[in-house]
Design a protein around this ligand. Structure first.
Ligand code: SAH
Length: 256
């Protein structure tokens, strides 16, 4: 219950919402939403999930909208701290898993330093759920013994530039936030020794109604990207496992 006089900090739950469909949140995540006094949420969610929160709960959008700046991270951190003094249960709802490229770790560190208790509720990460949306396992005996998840959005001179030479040796490579830099991703991987004929696919809006899957090879990635419509989040998967894909390799809608 929201109470203006509530001061001992409540608990901030960093909840993973899963990759898209509202029924892919964990039971614990949903239960917490149902008793939340405030929900601070990001963009990559089906809004239906917010209906799980009590009608009186505060719903605060903290994500990025096309063409608009996201709320600065410092502001989100401070908002969470403040809300913890207004409500016993604060849910910070994040797409996928809160600790996979979600800045959940920063939010946790800030809150703990401010004396606010935090609990992390893991979520199904798009890193795995995007591949499985095409029936592609990220590991498979005799095909792929390992996988890595990397961000494709770092700038070429950034200190956080992924170790492409090492990544080129990984059986299954999952690239988040890589669609805008897909040409660079292809070029870096092939320059690092990954065969251009390696099967590759792009899964866009996985587990959402407008899901699209396009598959080909590493060297055709840019071409594949031109077949996508809309601006849903996209994940690139590179590796022999992609040849195991068994859903029709166009859109899910057409498949169902
Ligand atoms: N914490 C999230 C990832 C956040 S980074 C997680 O664990 O899933 C955001 C990136 O995740 C997007 O750029 C995209 O690469 C990927 N992504 C998130 N949702 C997706 C979806 N439904 N389909 C495909 N990729 C998705």
């Amino acid at each position: 219950m929201p109470s203006p006089s509530f001061t001992p900090p409540g608990v901030v739950y960093l909840v993973g919402a899963g990759p898209g469909a509202p029924d892919l949140i964990t039971v614990r995540g949903r239960d917490l939403l149902r008793c939340a006094g405030a929900v601070i949420y990001d963009a990559l969610l089906d809004p239906a999930l917010l209906n799980e929160a009590p009608t009186h709960a505060e719903r605060i959008f903290a994500g990025k909208r096309a063409g608009c700046h996201a709320m600065p991270q410092e502001e989100i951190n401070e908002l969470l701290r403040r809300k913890a003094h207004e409500h016993a249960v604060v849910v910070r709802l994040k797409g996928g898993d809160p600790f996979v490229f979600g800045r959940g770790g920063e939010e946790m560190a800030y809150l703990l330093a401010a004396g606010v208790p935090v609990e992390v509720v893991p979520g199904v990460s798009s890193a795995i759920a995007s591949a499985s949306a095409a029936n592609v396992p990220v590991t498979q005996r005799r095909v792929s013994n390992n996988f890595a998840v990397v961000s494709g959005s770092s700038s070429p001179d950034a200190v956080d530039e992924p170790p492409w030479h090492a990544l080129a040796q990984i059986d299954t490579l999952v690239i988040l936030m890589g669609l805008k830099k897909i040409g660079q991703v292809r070029q870096k991987l092939t320059a690092a020794g990954r065969a251009p004929q390696t099967p590759a696919m792009i899964v866009c809006a996985a587990r959402l109604p407008d899901q699209q899957i396009v598959a080909g090879t590493l060297e055709t990635l840019e071409q594949l990207a031109t077949n996508l419509t809309g601006d849903g989040p996209a994940t690139i998967v590179v590796g022999e496992v992609v040849s195991l894909a068994s859903t029709p390799l166009h859109t899910n809608r057409e498949a169902s």
